[in-house]
Design a protein around this ligand. Structure first.
Ligand code: ADP
Ligand code: ZN
Length: 652
């Protein structure tokens, strides 16, 4: 039955990766904790069981979601697919609320979305109790489950109360889903939501269609503009910055450069935020410049790039943010600029934070892992997957879906074996960065810090250290007697700029720590290994000045990905290669879709994804039967739009 529901309601030919197993487990009444990357296809994991269980008389599924702003579109998408769903949140007036509550109690609803604070109200709990007594609660889905953990990156107080669901409604299957959970957070989710008995599903975290690029920060705004104009002309995307001020400046600047760029951060009033988010979802080619306040739960499938102008907090955040690109499985970019100031700022933010020492230590460890990713000169994807405990596996060639998640490694796959592997779709794989063996230089820098310590126990910042290494006499070198140190002038052959890179790498790798307001330098325990020459230090030679490779996308989504790269940057590329006639049909279909979307007050992708329209344009089906064979055309959409589409295709 799940397979039939997938086909009939959603119009998809097959489950992806772990979906089938998860769905079967929940349909059979089991609890589950699902870890799947953003864009991996979590929604179907509870929507299909909800429909199956509703059809067999088991009532309504309650979906806990922290984002009221997006419930509307999610429910709209289910309506388009012919599923009776609703949401309860503060945007409804009293009449609407009563209507939804009536439908809920009558058993006509298949899915109900609600925010956690709503679910825990006595009124709502009473309704759930009534449903439970009649055996009409089919399941609970707890989306963004990492919100329950204080270790996670967006803890929500209200989530803590959700353990009540287990206590009060035993026997109702519960499904917790998240895209980000390291071991720590995972254990926390299990404990706090009382999911000890639940089966754990860890999908492949690989997002093969996303290309990862991390460039040396030089002139970030200009670098961004170049990236956007060369690779993403007219595309929708998100640019993340660390501060509100930077968000505003960047948005204004991009607007001045002729882009549709809208700011989004917590300092804007709710109305402006909603308006900007709405435009992003509903218009084409909008760029949102945002702090991390933007994006959770955004399910827009055709976000073509996610750019970071500043370093995110850790790899979890980075992966979740970049995961918002390319949910439709078509080629997308994750692009970031990175510099020494990022390292220093992030360290400072942790040091100055309110958190206790344990938490700070954890944050530092996580930052270190991210820095290692930035400094890496081997495959970024291998490193990312390694961080999530997974090995990189070459995707099966000739796979017809090529969708994210379809190359799931067997669960529990070991990380060994992927060392030295190449994904072919990250900056380092596409063009191996030039490296410079800086082991000697690193040893000189470390021993100089060591000498400072011996000479007077004091600590100094990078500027002074470099002066001493290069043998530059200053007031300070004289005053502190550093000209007589054995390390004075031992690094005169290395330029100041290079020394800064060496130091950044040493700080990033954790061999050197920065401390206090002046970011003075101190040796970490691990520095000893470098000093002894046991750990080689290889530095990237800054890559920004090199032209970006326009290699074909060896592994994007669908077999056609390589061909698709040719059209990148050339205005609005259709998601799949289309000949001239098909392109015309594609454009006509999009215009038709825009009208339907407006009428229904929904984003266009809720009606049909670009990929579905492109397939229609290419295949040009002449009968309802043929049309039904296209991925993304379920029976309800076929009934509602089939004739219109056939007519349109026949006439264009
Ligand atoms: P997540 O919630 O994990 O970030 P979504 O549930 O939004 O991901 O799914 C991402 C996209 O993939 C959606 O556009 C969805 O329609 C599509 N999708 C999910 N599962 C399948 C499938 N089995 N076949 C085709 N498309 C799918
Ligand atoms: Zn790679």
């Amino acid at each position: 039955m799940p397979q039939q529901v997938l086909h009939e309601v959603f119009g998809y030919p097959a489950f992806r990766g772990a979906q089938a197993e998860i769905v079967n487990h929940v349909v059979a009444g089991g609890d589950a904790l699902v870890l799947m990357p953003t864009g991996g296809g979590k929604s179907l994991c509870y929507q299909v069981p909800a429909i199956v269980r509703h059809r067999s008389g088991q009532g309504v599924a309650v979906v806990v979601s922290p984002l009221i702003a997006l419930m509307h579109d999610q429910v709209g998408a289910l309506h388009e697919a012919g599923v009776n769903a609703a949401f309860l949140n503060s945007t409804l007036d009293a009449d609407e609320t009563r209507r939804v509550e009536r439908d809920l109690l009558s058993g006509s609803l298949t899915l109900l979305y609600a925010a956690p604070e709503r679910i825990l109200t006595p009124r709502f709990m009473a309704m759930l109790t009534s449903l439970h007594e009649r055996g009409q609660l089919s399941l609970f889905a707890i989306d963004e489950a990492h919100c329950v953990s204080q270790w996670g990156h967006d803890f929500r107080e209200e989530y803590l109360g959700l353990s009540a669901l287990h206590e009060q409604f035993p026997g109702v299957p519960r499904l917790a889903l998240t895209a980000t959970a390291d071991d720590h957070t995972r254990a926390d989710i299990i404990q706090r939501l009382k999911l000890e008995e639940a089966r754990l599903f860890v999908a492949s975290f690989d997002r093969p269609n996303i290309r990862y690029t991390i460039v040396e920060k030089d002139e970030p705004r200009k670098q961004l503009l170049r990236f956007l104009s060369e690779e993403h002309d007219g595309d929708a995307g998100i640019v993340y910055c660390q501060s509100r001020k930077r968000v505003e400046e960047t948005a204004t600047w991009l607007t001045g450069e002729g882009l549709t760029a809208l700011p989004y951060h917590a300092g804007l009033d709710a109305d402006t935020r909603r308006r900007h988010q709405d435009r992003f979802l509903r218009e084409e080619g909008v760029v949102v410049v945002a702090t991390i306040a933007f994006g959770m739960g955004i399910d827009k499938p055709d976000v073509r790039f996610v750019a970071h102008l500043d370093l995110p907090k850790n790899i979890e955040s980075y992966y979740q943010e970049t995961g918002r690109a390319g949910r439709d499985g078509l080629p997308a970019d994750a692009w970031m600029t990175y510099g020494l100031a990022d390292v220093v700022n992030q360290r400072r933010m942790i040091d100055d934070g309110e958190a206790n020492e344990d938490f700070k230590r954890l944050q530092r460890t996580k930052l270190d892992a991210l820095l290692a990713l930035c400094e890496a000169h081997d495959c970024r994807r291998v490193r990312l997957l390694g961080y999530f405990g997974q090995a990189y596996r070459e995707p099966a060639h000739g796979s017809s879906t090529g969708l994210p998640g379809s190359n799931a490694p067997p669960r529990g796959a070991a990380t060994e074996g992927s060392l030295g592997a190449q994904c072919g779709n990250c900056d380092n794989c596409l063009r191996a960065p030039d490296t410079w063996d800086a082991t000697e230089a690193a040893r000189k820098a470390l021993s100089c810090i060591y000498r400072f310590r011996q000479a007077g126990g004091q600590r100094y910042g990078a500027g002074h250290l470099i002066d001493v290494l290069r043998g530059k006499t200053t007031d300070k070198t004289t005053q502190h007697g550093h000209e007589s140190l054995s390390t004075f002038g031992i690094g005169a052959d290395v330029s100041e700029a290079q020394w800064r890179l060496v130091l950044r790498q040493l700080i990033a790798m954790g061999h050197v720590q920065t401390e206090g307001d002046y970011n003075t330098l101190a040796l970490a325990d691990s520095a000893r290994e470098v000093l002894r020459g046991e750990v080689p230090v290889l530095l990237r030679v800054p890559t920004e000045s090199k032209p970006r490779v326009k290699a074909s996308r060896v592994r994007g989504a669908t077999g056609a990905a390589g061909a698709n790269s040719a059209s990148r940057g050339a205005g609005k590329p259709p998601p799949l290669p289309l000949d001239e006639a098909a392109t015309e049909r594609f454009v006509a279909l999009k215009a038709w879709r825009a009208e339907v979307a407006r009428e229904h007050n929904l984003p266009a992708y809720v009606v049909f994804h670009d990929a579905t329209l492109a397939e229609m344009a290419r295949e040009c089906p002449a009968s309802l039967d043929d049309l039904a064979g296209i991925s993304g055309v379920g029976s309800k959409k076929l009934e509602a739009y089939g004739q219109q589409i056939l007519r349109l295709l026949a006439h264009s």
